[in-house]
Design a protein around this ligand. Sequence first.
Ligand SMILES: [Zn+2]
Length: 322
Amino acid sequence: MDLINISEFDSSHDLLLPPFMSHIDVDKSVHRHEERHRKIREQLPRQPNYSMRSELKRLKTHWAQDPLSGCSPKELASAGFYKTGLENSCQCFCCGLVLCRLSISPTPLERHKKFNPSCAFIQGKDAGNIPIYDIRVQPKEIDPIDVKVSMENEQTRLQSFTCWPVYASIKPCELAETGFFFTGTGKMVKIDVKMDGAKYRTILEENLLESAKDLRLGQKFVFQQENDPKHKAKSTMEWVTNKRIQELEWPSQSPVLNPIENLWKELKTAVHKRSPSNLTELELFAKEVWARISVFRCTKLIETYHKRLAAVIEEKGGATKY
Ligand SMILES: [Zn+2]
């Protein structure tokens, strides 16, 4: 999309001059203005400016520079535009489109749509906009993805970033190129012997802190496990205490409270769909599907947690729809 060589003059609206101005050469004048506008656009950076994600911050730029502007500052700010400081121009924080004319009609939003319909903000995507009166829009939950290729493929890794926030300073292509993919879950481990207390502790030792590190949780995470005898073995409890891991107190026999059950179900369905024909495939598919459960799916489960809790209390510990 060429955002430099655009004309903000619309012949049907702008070129009708009253008779006393008939001596003005309209075409020449418009051309002169367009040239000036083009020079302004060329001087401004063309990438998104996420420091202007806040509508209020954008509004303040209009108030500061031009409190009596012919164009409504509120309309400009809510259409994504902040004042650049170059003459009267203002720019979209998301796509970098520059408007140089303060015409009331068409509105800034209409002009934004006209000149760059592909702007993520205009398309209603999560472009990081922070509206004045609303809390941030929650990212849409993505559908479970049918995993066809492993994460060894750069293109597949890139696809894992579907819901990556556009305002993050590092770009998905840079991350995918260097081997990263976007994930919401910790490590999944294959257990090939009978699980007992000692094996469970080894699994924790080898994976829990590493998962916390991978997910960038720092020291602030709370560990949740059910009251299985293996989980509650003395040696396991000692290990948890020694590592200063904060553990969540957990009621007995309450799988409905545990969000992991939802993820297990999704995992089973997705792996089953791919019909693994041997144990190696089963492990591979399970790990792939697990790795691609999005961070937003996990967030969603946590967000709805209070409803789940209320339902259990309501049913006095009996069956709920969850
Ligand atoms: Zn835009």
